[in-house]
Design a protein around this ligand. Sequence first.
Ligand code: DSN
Length: 417
Amino acid sequence: MYDFLKREDMDVYTAVVGEDGREENGLELIPSENYVSHAVRDALASTLTNKYAEGYPEKRYYGGQDFTDMVETTAIERAKKLFNAEYANVQPLGGANANIAMYFALLEPGDTVLGMELSHGGHLTHGHPVTYLTKIFNFAHYQMKDVETGDIDYDEMRRIANEVKPKILLAGFSAYPRELDYAKFVEIAKESGALAVMDIAHIAGLIAGGAVKNPFDYGFDLLTTTTHKTLRGPRGGMILTRNSAELARKIDKSVFPGFQGGPHMNNIAAKAVAFGEALRPSFKTYSLQVIKNAKAMAHVFAEHGAKMVAGGTENHLILLDAWKSFGVSGADAEALLDKAGITLNKNIIPNDTRKPMDPSGIRFGTPALTTRGFTEDDVTLVANLMIDILTKKDSVENVRKTVQKMATAHPIPESFV
Ligand code: DSN
């Protein structure tokens, strides 16, 4: 592995093998991270990175497209099958890009989107003022009604929708542990004349594996997603549509030439490989286990009396108030656990009294550990190790040793056949 890199660029080689070791020897709990197979890595490292392929299969601007067309068509067909979609655009370079291309496809400047408030679990690209998007479009936000249960305030969503008449009613989140009431979203979207769109980035793998509901089954018009996270593919984005060739045409035009240039064909090849893996029966088992593991971790924290948003989880992630539960801020908890080889991220929680760079919360989840074969007993031990550190019951050094043992016992798999 890395023969050429080792021989020709020691600086980069050192960083790459350093990261390999960090991943192999630590426990990854950032809920948006995962480990790709070596087949995905082979595709990423392939000659397809050399090729310009502006356009779409059989409609390219440059010659020499036999194999780019083959690989993009494979990715599209597999994506459609995975999500029960009729159209897929696999060219977005990431989730933010997919969302931006989607907005420009569906909106005129000044149009309104109604999405989830960032501090209640939404995402920056769902209309946070720090993004350029808010200079062009209007964003209104809905929230949870009750942070203890995680219930969304659908009555307030309906009231706001009737008032602001959004063109898009946007579902989706990056830090919300419950399933959404998709039928309600579609009902409110129809009433207010909006399209029902969901950013499924966090739960795409859970949907693909059938572990949670598919918003398309409830009448959603369009889904955007990343292809990494729970879907366990390379970093990237994708847009899926159903029942509307017109919508699909707008999306294609918006992604290219509207927003992006040449697609990253090595990345699209890697997406195709990952989608193929997700179509295997073993991926269904994997996605179900991700949720079982997250619930097992939440159970340990609940038993300890810790305060979690929504009281626990129905998906792959947990949002815990470290400040109220352990008297440790989110940033301090992140740093302490990092030293013990347990990686997660500080996160703002609803109505947080602390600052975004040192909030009250920590966000963690089970997609990566489940890929390593962790089951409920293993993650129960991990949750207890976290509590030991956050309550100072055990030293970072001792916990680090147990973490190392667990990591060694569960090597990162090379393939998912
Ligand atoms: N950075 C992603 C996450 O961690 O959820 C969202 O963009």
